[in-house]
Write a protein that binds this ligand. Structure first.
Ligand code: PAF
Length: 301
């Protein structure tokens, strides 16, 4: 694996690879890689001739008072993991290269970004779509892989790619979970042992709602109340949002169906965590048996 620091060099290399007819698979990240990122890299390895990983903690997607400075970073560890997962090129630019003086253009996706994380983090998605569009211009990927834990981010990036006619296939990959069910996130490292155990309320809330859905309950308000009860059992958990939305419009639904996704963001102590689940889909990757509910769902753990 080769590490490229220069934006220009990355772009020149990508254009040369394209000329040779190579397919570029791209995994954009903010680093501090975990098993979720590695699943994207492994899939990218299978699908592309050349696998490019970017690591860039993008300042424009963090609001004032958010955790930009506290965001975990460890390039040596990331490089070792990336290389093991088959990455060919690791692109690691500086902020000054991505946002040079005089830079004045942003990408805004309207509508989809007004709700959920967009409502509680104004400007966040403008930062995400702008940097992803820039990275697509630099890395010239044929396909780009994103995790579906960030469900709204994936929907927004798909919209942007389609609306701007960018020639990139967007591949969404399943959520990877820790034992116990917590969705993998670089931010999990900031949880204390007690907070980590409280953080299981996110998947617990999903389990409550999924279980009720499996027993025939369709009223979103009832499903949300059940999920809320689970989260409120934890002293350090504060709900940012807890909604059941249509998977393509992200609009709230009154009655859940097989297009409905429960999306939630919960602060546990100072750490903001997100998760989501299609209520109609039993997911073998969630070890529901921990929650001692009458489960119609299969239990992996
Ligand atoms: O999901 C992330 O890690 C980031 O939002 C992304 C897509 C790399 C853009 O900075």
């Amino acid at each position: 694996m080769e590490t490229i620091h220069s934006l220009k060099e990355m772009q020149v290399r990508a254009l040369a690879l394209k000329k040779q007819g190579k397919t570029i698979a791209f995994v954009p990240t903010m680093g501090y890689l975990h098993e979720g990122h590695l699943s994207l890299l492994r899939e990218g390895r299978k699908r592309g001739d050349v696998l490019v990983l970017s690591i860039f903690v993008n300042p424009t997607q963090f609001g004032p008072g958010e955790d930009l400075d506290a965001y975990p970073r460890d390039l040596d560890r990331d490089s070792a993991l990336a290389s093991e997962a088959g990455t060919d090129l690791l692109f690691f630019p500086t902020s000054e290269q991505i946002y040079p003086a005089g830079y004045a253009t942003s990408v805004d996706v309207e509508g989809l970004t007004d709700t959920l994380c967009g409502a509680s983090r104004p400007g966040h998605f403008r930062g995400v779509t702008t940097v992803v569009a820039k990275l697509f211009g630099i890395v010239q990927p044929d396909l780009a892989l994103f995790g579906s834990k960030d469900f709204q981010q994936l929907a927004v990036i798909r919209r942007m790619t389609e609306d701007l006619n960018l020639p990139v296939e967007i591949v969404g990959m399943p959520i990877v979970r820790e034992e116990g069910g917590l969705a993998m996130s670089s931010r999990n490292v900031n949880l204390s042992a007690a907070e980590r155990s409280q953080a299981l309320c996110l998947v617990g809330a999903i389990a409550q709602a999924s279980n009720a859905y499996g027993e025939g309950e369709r009223r979103a308000e009832v499903l949300i109340a059940l999920a809320r009860q689970r989260i409120e059992q934890e002293p350090d958990a504060r709900i940012d949002y807890l909604q059941i939305c249509n998977d393509s419009t992200l609009a709230d639904v009154e009655l859940a169906d097989n297009q409905s996704v429960m999306l939630l963001s919960v602060r546990v102590g100072k750490t903001r965590l997100i998760d989501n689940h299609y209520l109609s889909r039993p997911q073998r990757d969630i070890p529901f048996c921990r929650f001692k509910i009458n489960t119609w769902l299969s239990c992996s753990g």
